[in-house]
Write a protein that binds this ligand. Structure first.
Ligand code: AHR
Length: 884
């Protein structure tokens, strides 16, 4: 039993199933997660992000309520459109006129009686309402994974037939027959069975859901000592007594599975003793009642909620996931045995994600700190047979990784000679490190390796960089050529780093999701760049080659040169055809491009970004459209021809920009074989952009291979940072609303680089809304605080300079990091949040006469530190973004 936060209303229900469940129950068990925190109340964009992340994690079934209104219908349709079926959590309908049970005052904070008294359950009302609602869902083609009636009906929490005040009793079968309290509960159980019969009738006469299983409401497990019930002064009926009573009164004729909830206590996770205790807890709470389909007595069990009590390490970011990983392994080992015996219908982890707008995350979530945790990934992994305890990692590894881009190119005889990514392995068999980070606190370096499914283990970075900052110092080449990229040491143009070198990208500036994991991309601001001037087997002097990079369609500028590919080994401009790099930028170099500027994909062949073989603008190279992830492609046979393509890295195929002759003066090519990222051949470093992965091949790849790689990229499920909005969690998109009485319609916004508060309303211009939208990033100078990146000027951050706030590009310097890092705390006027400078806890972000500053309370050195209205002026409501 868990102290759950959701309210079971008459219109609630939950279920889940993968594939087409059969009533005979011979399908493999359904595996999925709860999504019970009113997810249908999220915006359409938030729901879309949630569904996409669920999809990427392989979740095909969620347990959720579906309210009988447009919101509920849209939510169910949206899930179904993403291949996600809902195990519908339904509640009973009460007799007309029944008042919602009012909690005695002493229980107000305890959240009990969140369900109608079952003795008022009215089967006719249920039939009329749910029958109509199911018909509407079916008219939209929605097939469900299951119907689950009621939630934890065996204790005070969700069944108001239990009296309050209570003593913490656990009633047994005899009590249900003879004890006054027990008899009242038994009456309710009988009314519950009548509603179950109505549900069966609805299901049996439905159009699309006749084979959808009915599951009895998940019963609350009781803690083994009874201490918890006594402490909250609530009563319960044991799981076995409840099931025996219901069976004796016809349960098995009405349902296809028994719903059970398991929250065992974490006792020495990972030990034999812990595993034995966990199994004993489950057996005490219903496990022995689970039977194969068709058994004389009993039904397969649906564990419609499971998680653990007493786990530590999950309340702060980064989490310590080790105990939960061990417990998930133990739990899934028991479930695996049950499945082997054909006694398991489904397993639905509690929970996928708490309220996404809640100020604090629900530590039971699979998705925590902006990412799917490893324990969460294992808890919801679809194939239970692959997840037996003891070989969780190795068994999933082979399943998850099949083919990666460099396997595809190798099969086409154009093998990779360079493969760089901070996100994922680019070969199925690559097991080495992806990149290296260095932290500011002690200059120590750390390699970031892979999770079992070939995605970056970003948690290693988070742990290593806690309370300090890290930059990416090296991106390893995954090919056998060891063409690693390091921070560029400079060239014709010196960088702002030591001895004219460039700067490294902040390691946590670009959190995104890929493969269902939170990982980091490389966010390049002017002054940053990577290079290798001493490579092996990169094309030189007219040899053929191909390359692609995954970049961003929203984070770019027009500075020279956001390149990935082949460049001069000297870091200087040695003339036409000495470079062959794919370039993503707003190219203003050709006069006719300046009429309609926008992001484009070009070939940097030196002394020219070529859109085709002319020194002019090719409209086809324009890829503006705001795709957050794009793939940019260049291949060159080195003698006569080259081709440029681009794709949306989240969906669809490739678009050809140009395929034909090389420009005059560039045939044959004279490549030199250095590799660059984020700079030009001569180390021009004025560009901004994002990099997630890129490869270079030996030989001119076929279009078929490129297309297969594009599909492989799309399958990654590159996603927006977290899909979060309105919270201070990294990746969340937000608005910051003033709370001073004068200005409650005002929001913090960028106004041509200055930062002000100004009114924004739903009818404001898109540009204004976008200027008032910010993306929360981990603090650039201290990752326990936050930084705010501009929504419409990616790479620009809120920062203080001379105590006034500005929006400026992140330049990677230590002072810029500090000036752009703010530490949140509760609003000084009890509303929203206040943010102090990371290096000065007395100075808070404050608005004053329309402009935004940092101010201390009553410091007389400047007018904006006046104590008048100080606590109101420094308090801001973190709300949903104006421009998601
Ligand atoms: O070709 C465009 C740029 O021009 C190259 O990257 C750089 O080397 C030169 O400045």
């Amino acid at each position: 039993m868990k102290h759950l936060t959701f309210i079971l209303t008459a219109a609630w229900a939950v279920t889940a199933a993968v594939g087409a469940p059969t009533l005979a129950g011979t399908e493999p068990p359904v595996v999925g997660a709860n999504l019970v925190n009113e997810p249908y109340k999220q915006t359409a964009a938030e729901q879309e992000a949630t569904f996409r992340i669920l999809q990427a994690a392989g979740v095909h079934v969620i347990r959720a309520g579906i309210p009988g209104n447009d919101q509920g219908l849209a939510f169910a349709q949206g899930a179904y459109a993403h291949g996600i079926k809902i195990e519908w959590l339904l509640g009973v309908y009460p007799d007309p006129g029944t008042p919602w049970p009012r909690l005695p005052d002493a229980y107000k904070s305890k959240g009990l009686w969140r369900g109608w008294p079952l003795s008022t359950a009215n089967a006719d009302a249920f039939k009329a309402n749910i029958g109509a609602q199911l018909a509407e869902l079916e008219s939209k083609g929605v097939v469900l994974a299951g119907f689950e009636l009621g939630n934890e009906i065996n204790w005070t929490g969700f069944n108001a037939d239990f009296p309050l005040p209570a003593q913490g009793r656990v009633l047994n079968e005899k009590d249900l027959a003879s004890d006054p309290e027990g008899r009242k509960i038994a009456q309710g159980y009988l009314r519950y069975l009548q509603t179950l019969a109505a549900l069966k009738d609805i299901r049996d006469h439905s159009m699309l859901n006749r084979r959808t299983p009915i599951i009895s409401g998940g019963l609350a497990d009781l803690d083994d000592s009874g201490k918890w019930l006594r402490s909250v002064k609530a009563d319960a009926v044991s799981v076995d007594a409840t099931l025996h009573f219901l069976q004796a009164n016809g349960l098995d004729q009405l349902v296809d599975g028994y719903g059970l909830h398991f929250y065992p206590l974490a006792i020495s996770p990972g030990s034999a003793q812990g595993q034995a205790a966990l199994r004993a807890h489950l057996e005490l709470n219903g496990l022995t009642q689970c039977a194969p389909p068709g058994a004389a007595k009993g039904k397969p069990c649906w564990v419609t909620e499971w998680n653990f009590n007493g786990l530590k390490g999950l309340d702060a970011c980064p989490i310590d996931d080790s105990s939960r990983i061990a417990m998930v392994g133990e739990m899934r080992s028991v479930l695996h045995d049950l499945a082997d015996q054909n006694r398991l219908g489904g397993s639905l982890y509690y929970t996928w994600q708490g309220q996404i707008h809640a100020p604090k995350e629900d530590h039971d979530s699979a998705f925590l700190c902006g990412a799917l945790t490893e324990s969460g990934r294992l808890a919801v992994a679809p194939n239970i047979a692959d997840l037996m305890a003891g070989n969780l990692i190795s068994d999933t590894h082979s399943e998850a990784i099949k083919q990666r881009p460099c396997d595809i190119y190798a099969a086409g005889n154009t093998p990779c000679i360079a493969a760089h990514s901070t996100v994922r392995s680019l070969y199925a068999k690559y097991t080495g490190a992806l990149y290296q980070v260095k932290r500011a606190s002690d200059d120590a370096a750390q390699d970031i390796g892979l999770l079992s499914d070939g995605y970056a283990n970003a948690a290693t970075q988070d742990a290593f960089c806690t309370n300090t900052t890290c930059v990416v110092t090296r991106i390893y080449d995954q090919s056998t050529k060891h063409n690693d990229l390091s921070i560029s040491s400079g060239g014709r143009y010196k960088g702002p780093g030591p001895n004219g070198s460039d700067l490294g990208a902040a390691a946590d500036a670009l959190p995104v999701t890929a493969g269902g994991h939170q990982v980091y991309g490389v966010s390049i601001s002017p002054g940053m760049g990577y290079r290798n001037n001493r490579t092996s087997d990169v094309a030189v002097n007219g040899k053929p080659e191909g390359m692609y990079m995954i970049s961003s369609g929203t984070h770019f500028n027009s500075g020279c040169c956001f390149d990935y590919g082949n460049a001069e080994v000297s870091g200087t401009d040695t003339g036409a055809a000495h470079m062959d790099a794919v370039n993503v930028t707003e190219d203003l170099s050709w006069a006719d491009c300046r009429n309609e500027p926008g992001l484009g994909v070009q070939a940097d062949l030196e002394n020219g970004l070529f859109h085709w073989n002319q020194r002019s603008c090719n409209p086809a190279s324009n890829v503006s459209g705001g795709h957050p992830f794009i793939s940019a492609w260049l291949k060159n046979n080195g003698q006569t021809t080259f081709a440029l393509k681009w794709g949306n890295a989240q969906s669809g195929g490739l678009n050809t920009i140009y395929s034909g002759a090389l420009p005059a003066g560039y045939a044959p090519m004279r490549q030199e074989g250095a590799i660059i990222l984020g700079v030009g051949g001569d180390n021009s470093h004025a560009s901004a952009g994002s990099f997630f992965e890129g490869v270079m091949t030996a030989g001119f790849p076929t279009d078929g291979a490129d297309n297969a790689v594009q599909s492989n990229i799309v399958a990654v499920g590159y996603g927006a940072p977290t899909g979060l909005a309105g919270t201070l969690m990294p990746g969340s998109e937000i608005s910051l609303q003033a709370t001073t009485a004068c200005c409650i319609g005002d929001y913090v916004r960028n106004l041509n680089g200055a930062v002000v508060i100004a009114p924004i309303t739903p009818s404001s211009a898109e540009q204004d809304k976008s200027d008032a939208t910010w993306i929360v990033r981990r603090g650039l100078a201290d990752n326990s605080c936050v930084s705010f990146e501009s929504r419409n000027n990616p790479g620009d951050f809120l920062r203080q300079q001379n105590l006034a706030l500005h929006m400026q590009p992140f330049d990677g310097t230590a002072s810029n990091r500090v000036d752009a890092t703010f530490c949140p705390q509760a609003g000084k006027n009890q509303k929203g949040s206040s943010f102090h400078l990371v290096n000065d806890p007395t100075r808070y972000v404050r608005h004053y006469y329309g402009k935004v500053y940092v101010a201390s309370d009553g410091d007389s050195t400047n007018p904006w530190s006046t104590p008048v209205h100080w606590s109101d002026d420094v308090s801001f409501i973190v709300g949903p973004p104006w421009s998601p």
